[in-house]
Design a protein around this ligand. Structure first.
Ligand SMILES: Cc1cc2nc3c(=O)[nH]c(=O)nc-3n(C[C@H](O)[C@H](O)[C@H](O)COP(=O)(O)O)c2cc1C
Length: 172
């Protein structure tokens, strides 16, 4: 039987949590240049030191074009990795686990901040951009495609099936 005690240890897939208290994602504005800062590390370290089972890094965009705010971490920036490693190590040192919320804002991305048009499966109105979104091209059927190259950085997805790619690091 699953314990209902919030202080009991828990398994989350392959991760062991010391308790069931999880700090929700709350964008804190501690990444003004879209990379991890000492202030962000200290923020999460303190939750870990306070005893949470896991803390969550708020919205990280897979690409700049997928962000809703000019201050969000953008994961396809090679400079971000070292900061995320330091953040993870600081939280682990306090005995907690850490998660990151990863996403692409699609039609609600902010073109003013991203300097690129909002993307969506179809042409819809983007309230932040005050214009219509740029529809993603329709994926070609893998059977009819002659292009079987794997797109670099595209989560191992074949270039011929771009609709399955959730990573924005490459245009498939
Ligand atoms: C300042 C602030 C920033 C937030 N940022 C995020 C975010 O980046 N991602 C997210 O999924 N939810 C975000 N949330 C929502 C919270 O994670 C939480 O789901 C929400 O506050 C509901 O919890 P409550 O009913 O206890 O207030 C944010 C909430 C607040 C107040």
């Amino acid at each position: 039987m699953v314990s209902s005690d919030p202080f009991a240890p828990a398994r989350l897939g392959p991760i062991s949590l010391r308790n069931r208290i999880i700090k929700a994602a709350t964008f804190e504005g501690r990444t003004p240049r879209r990379v991890v800062t000492p202030e962000l590390i200290e923020f999460h370290r303190r939750f870990a030191a306070g005893g949470v089972g896991m803390t969550t890094v708020a919205y990280c965009a897979v690409t700049r074009a997928g962000s809703t705010d000019g201050h969000q971490i953008v994961l396809d920036n090679p400079e971000v990795g070292a900061g995320l490693r330091a953040l993870t190590d600081a939280v682990h040192a306090e005995g907690a686990a850490i998660a990151a919320q990863i996403g692409h804002a699609g039609p609600v991305a902010n073109p003013v901040g991203t300097k690129s048009p909002a993307l969506a499966p179809s042409r819809v109105f983007s309230p932040l951009g005050m214009r219509r979104t740029t529809p993603r091209p329709r994926p070609r059927s893998p059977r009819s495609s002659t292009n079987t190259r794997t797109a670099p950085g595209c989560c191992g997805t074949r270039a011929s099936t771009p609709s399955r790619c959730t990573s924005g690091t490459a245009i498939c």
